[in-house]
Design a binder for this molecule. Structure first.
Ligand SMILES: Cc1cc2nc3c(=O)[nH]c(=O)nc-3n(C[C@H](O)[C@H](O)[C@H](O)COP(=O)(O)OP(=O)(O)OC[C@H]3O[C@@H](n4cnc5c(N)ncnc54)[C@H](O)[C@@H]3O)c2cc1C
Length: 432
């Protein structure tokens, strides 16, 4: 059975779903294939595998996608950020006031965001979903496909005749073999989008290599209560054993992100709540008083995966499939969302979603943002994790210098808010 769709998105995670919503909004036909069953909205802040810091640009984008109203009540607000290092005197502080915005960013439980995107997807008119369904392989389609493919079924014999009539044209699209629990489909598309995460099958099948780096670290995520409330401030503290962050959430809860060396993963995973909180307290210090009442704890192994290229003929990568960055910089989804919205913006202006010029324009537009974020995230973690060394006084001085230099701080804050290179229009502040 062969189906056709103008655009095939493989992967309905946060980024693939956002892309589907953006394409639906401009009336483009999309097939979305996702291996996992649909997410439900039963998540609470205490049963949540990650709390996502949304940059200011991402909040704008989620408003444009119509998702923000479902998120706002569950979102914490970041008006100030304080970055410090245990045992050193430098610290960097940034505030929304000094950049002239109401908030530097917001914090939302990951599952609440997923459920809100899911809810919005359910009312899309142009998105055909195959869930749960798994991409098994991709093969190039060598004949021209008709320009508009409204998802109808066509027999293989009819397709062959059509190909013969049109003449063979290299890489007119891709044919995806997709399996559901009790069926298998072939879907032909003029553009295939790999939104299928760090171990992207799309990336491998279209011939894009990737570089991996193992940080030899694990993250533990949970919510906690803090004795002292310093409102709307996000804290990030670097220690010799890795960074620890406390992010503001509603109802006086905070999202804790604790990094440990990978060889301590099993030991920390096995700790009871009291031992875990004692470790977090020792690592973070007493700035927010006593930490208590930890929610369910979620472990994550950390690595960086970097695709050698963002595009191949009639194929493009977005989100973690394109680049998986260390979570401590809180950039992965923010960057992926800008991938998705930039791609949707370019597709909206072109009849052929897989046209070589369009893909080239996408790669060129994403370059400065991608390179900047990768350098920031990797540099941050490398610098932060340097154990006490002859260089540490310099690091303290660098932090002090940044803290004392408002113009430089404003540049860092602007980049952190997601405004680097040419951001997608949907991520920009709305005019008066
Ligand atoms: C602890 C932690 C904290 C983080 N904090 C932040 C933060 O504060 N801010 C931020 O911006 N980012 C943060 N991130 C990063 C962010 O979560 C990711 O960058 C983002 O979720 C990636 O989304 P994605 O859709 O690209 O990939 P994924 O979420 O990996 O989604 C890929 C989807 O593709 C599907 N799939 C895979 N293979 C197939 C196949 N063959 N067929 C069909 N479907 C397939 C999968 O089921 C999955 O649903 C954090 C990450 C972690 C681990």
């Amino acid at each position: 059975m062969t189906e056709r769709s103008d655009i095939l998105i493989v992967g309905g995670g946060l980024v693939g779903t956002s892309l589907a919503l953006a394409l639906d909004a401009v009336g483009r036909e999309v097939a979305l294939v996702e291996a996992a069953p649909p997410r439900t909205s039963t998540a609470t802040g205490d049963d949540n595998d990650r709390n996502l810091v949304l940059a200011h640009a991402s909040v704008n984008a989620l408003k444009a996608l119509g998702v923000w109203p479902q998120l706002e009540a569950a979102a914490g607000t970041i008006r100030r950020v304080e970055v410090s290092r245990a045992g050193e005197f430098g610290r960097v502080r940034m505030s929304a006031d000094e950049v002239g915005v109401e908030a530097l960013g917001r914090v939302v439980p990951g599952r609440v965001l997923a459920a809100a995107l899911e809810q919005r997807l359910a009312v899309c008119k142009h998105v055909r979903r195959l869930v749960p369904a798994k991409l098994e392989k991709l093969q190039p389609v060598d004949a021209s496909l008709p320009p508009s493919l409204p998802g109808g079924l066509g027999g293989e014999a009819a397709r062959s005749a059509e190909r013969a009539a049109l003449g063979e044209v290299a890489k007119a699209g891709w044919c995806a073999r997709v399996a559901t629990a009790d069926d298998a489909y072939d879907i032909e598309a003029r553009l295939v989008v790999g939104a299928d995460g760090s171990d992207s099958l799309v990336r491998a099948q279209v011939g894009i290599a990737a570089m991996e780096h193992d940080y030899a670290q694990s993250l533990f995520v949970c919510t906690v209560a803090c004795e002292r409330d310093i409102q709307d401030c996000a804290f990030e503290r670097f220690t010799d054993d890795g960074p620890v962050a406390l992010l503001p959430l509603p109802n006086q809860r905070r999202g804790l992100v604790l990094t440990v060396a990978a060889d301590r993963h099993a030991e920390v995973a096995a700790m009871d709540d009291a031992a875990f909180i004692a470790l977090a307290q020792q690592r973070f210090g007493w700035k927010l008083g006593r930490l208590s009442r930890p929610g369910r704890r979620f472990p994550h192994r950390i690595r960086r995966v970097l695709a050698d290229a963002l595009t191949a003929p009639r194929a493009v990568l977005v989100g973690n499939a394109a680049q998986t960055v260390h979570p401590i910089g809180a950039q992965g989804f923010n960057l992926g969302l800008r991938d998705a919205l930039t791609l949707a913006e370019l597709i909206a202006k072109d009849d052929d979603p897989g046209a070589p010029d369009l893909l080239q324009a996408y790669a060129a537009r994403r370059q400065p943002d991608r390179t900047g974020v990768l350098a920031f995230s990797h540099g941050l973690i490398s610098l932060a994790c340097l154990a006490q060394s002859a260089l540490s006084p310099l690091r303290s001085l660098a932090m002090l210098a940044l803290d004392a230099a408002p113009p430089l701080r404003r540049v860092v804050a602007k980049h952190g808010m997601g405004f680097r290179g040419t951001p997608p229009a949907a991520a920009l502040d709305a005019g008066p």
